[in-house]
Design a protein around this ligand. Structure first.
Ligand SMILES: Nc1[nH]c(=O)nc2c1ncn2[C@H]1C[C@H](O)[C@@H](COP(=O)(O)OP(=O)(O)OP(=O)(O)O)O1
Length: 173
């Protein structure tokens, strides 16, 4: 089964001298009840950068321009006991955006200090890859889950060269 194409964007800001990242409590669907990154599925006909701008706006009311997206890498989430959940994720950071985060039907967004991520409320794998992306590392990650679909069986990281474009302009057919 082919992994679903999804995308995540981590908005960053500095508040009172501390760096913060926008995450959100997922209220519906996949990962409901967890604190997750902002994002979702790339729809047919969309490029990944267009999809993430749409998802950020739908989920948080914040406007992000494609030209302000900073490609960070990818995460392949692999669920061997549930292959239908496999996702190929393109990850962006963004420091330039317009608007205030507002709750949507899907997500209750909240700013967290980068140094104090809400690890216990997130997917167990997030602490493997998220701090590295937030520290500016660019990489391709592969996360394989255990049969419980919750705990991590393995995580592997392949560094990306700084100039890599990550195929941002590719259109999904
Ligand atoms: N193991 C995992 N750890 C993690 O932190 N995020 C994961 C994950 N597996 C999947 N995700 C993320 C990637 C993706 O952004 C999200 C699932 O996409 P969506 O939020 O779009 O799902 P939904 O089906 O609820 O919504 P729609 O796409 O609107 O139908 O879950």
């Amino acid at each position: 089964m082919t992994a679903a194409e999804v995308t995540l964007c981590f908005l960053l800001r500095t508040s009172h001298g501390a760096e913060q990242v926008l995450l959100g409590l997922k209220k519906t669907g996949f990962g409901s009840g967890k604190v997750v990154g902002i994002g979702g599925h790339v729809e047919p006909g969309e490029i990944t950068a267009g999809a993430i701008c749409r998802e950020v706006r739908e989920e948080t009311s914040i406007t992000v321009r494609q030209s302000d997206l900073l490609p960070a890498g990818t995460v392949d989430f692999v669920f061997p006991a549930k292959p239908g959940w496999d996702m190929a994720t393109t990850v962006y950071l963004c420091r330039n955006f317009v608007g205030e985060a507002r709750e949507s039907d899907e997500i209750a967004p909240r700013w967290y200090p980068v140094s104090q991520l809400p690890e216990a409320q997130m997917w167990a794998d997030a602490i493997h890859w998220l701090p590295a992306f937030l520290a500016g590392e660019r990489a391709r990650w592969r996360i394989e889950m255990n049969p419980d679909n919750e705990t991590v069986a393995s995580s592997t990281r392949t560094p990306l060269p700084v100039e890599s474009g990550l195929g941002d302009g590719q259109q999904k057919s």
